[in-house]
Design a binder for this molecule. Structure first.
Ligand SMILES: Cc1cc2nc3c(=O)[nH]c(=O)nc-3n(C[C@H](O)[C@H](O)[C@H](O)COP(=O)(O)O)c2cc1C
Length: 226
């Protein structure tokens, strides 16, 4: 892992949701994380975002690309959920580690992926580098899947260039997991270590993170009006 630290960042304090833990023999209860689910780009009438159809495509289905890269299935699951919640859109879910989609074929892109060592997962990083101008020119939403909720805003600023960040309609936190059962090799060791740091923390607010399908649902509500 060239140029990457060999341990995960420290767990966040008081910003992640609590979940019941059974596989490590310890239990913590659920508590919602306080992070706002959608961060919209400042635009006139933004407060009506959930209700305003901003423009139409002459009755044709909007061609929506949901493009992501992840490693342990969390981003994939959240992207599949988003597509399933938008049956009246022609939604294509694209794993960027397998496919290089042609952006000209789409009206809208939801783009993002997993954060690893404070960087976007490599296939998404490559895609962003190659297609930054095209993404910026298309109506788009950005998302990140990451375990440390309190770092979300920092990651958005570090990972996405201003050209796509400032033009994004929404920037959404999909949550993130630390589940060693979904990883192998060094990843599993690192996840276990990060997880144990949380479970053994003296901090009463420290808790394991989880994916946030409710944030995906809110995004689907916002996109449904398009
Ligand atoms: C090797 C490794 C590095 C990670 N680095 C970070 C990180 O820097 N920041 C963070 O918030 N989460 C980090 N995570 C947690 C992942 O973002 C989290 O597990 C996420 O749910 C993975 O999404 P995916 O299932 O789509 O791969 C890391 C996980 C692994 C395995």
């Amino acid at each position: 892992m060239k140029g990457e630290n060999a341990s995960l960042p420290s767990p966040s304090r008081g910003k992640v949701s609590r979940e019941r833990v059974t596989d490590e023999g310890k239990e913590k209860t659920n508590k919602q994380r306080p992070h706002p689910p959608l961060r919209g780009a400042p635009q006139e009438g933004a407060e009506n975002l959930f209700f305003l159809p901003l423009f139409h495509f002459g009755g044709a289905k909007m061609k929506l690309l949901i493009a992501y890269a992840g490693k342990t299935g969390g981003s994939a699951d959240m992207c599949a959920l988003l597509a399933s919640l938008l049956p009246s859109h022609a939604a294509t879910v694209c794993d960027l580690s397998k496919t290089d989609p042609v952006l000209g074929d789409y009206d809208y892109i939801v783009f993002g992926g997993a954060v690893r060592f404070s960087k976007l997962c490599r296939p998404a990083r490559r895609f962003l580098r190659a297609h930054e101008a095209e993404i910026a020119a298309l109506p788009h939403t950005l998302f990140l899947t990451c375990a440390f909720a309190d770092q979300f805003e920092n990651y958005v600023d570090m990972i996405f260039p201003a050209s796509v960040r400032d033009t994004a309609e929404h920037t959404v936190y999909f949550g993130g997991e630390l589940d060693p059962r979904k990883a192998g090799g060094l990843d599993r060791i690192l996840i276990r270590a990060a997880r144990n740091r949380i479970l053994e923390s003296e901090d009463r607010d420290a808790a394991l993170p989880g994916l946030l399908p409710e944030h995906v649902r809110m995004l689907a509500d916002a996109l449904r009006g398009r």
